[in-house]
Design a protein around this ligand. Structure first.
Ligand SMILES: [Zn+2]
Length: 104
């Protein structure tokens, strides 16, 4: 039987725009999409609804997100409750900025 060869593609495959992996990407998406994460996050939100960093300064501010104290990218455990803290957006971006600084 005749084998019809499809057009051979170059080894590299179809050209794709190169992705910029400089921290903008979300390689941990699978963690944040998991049921385990959602449950854990809800659990912490109920337990500690206020931003932990604001609380240290005596400010009562609602936490908007759950942060990994040791970032996953740095080897932090994504599902360890002791590695998680509720933060408001302001504190979270401050912490992220400080982490980026410490990389240099
Ligand atoms: Zn805060």
């Amino acid at each position: 039987m005749p084998t019809i060869k499809k057009l051979t593609r170059p080894q590299a495959g179809p050209p794709r725009p190169k992705k910029d992996n400089q921290g903008r990407e979300k390689p941990n998406r699978h963690i944040y999409d998991s049921t385990q994460w959602r449950k854990l996050r809800d659990h912490i939100r109920k337990k500690e609804p206020l931003c932990r960093m604001c609380k240290k300064d005596g400010v009562r501010k609602a936490a908007e997100l759950i942060d990994h104290i040791i970032p996953i990218n740095y080897g932090g455990d994504p599902f360890d409750e002791s590695n998680l803290q509720p933060l408001c957006r302001t504190c979270h971006s401050r912490k992220s900025a400080a982490e980026k600084q410490s990389l240099r």
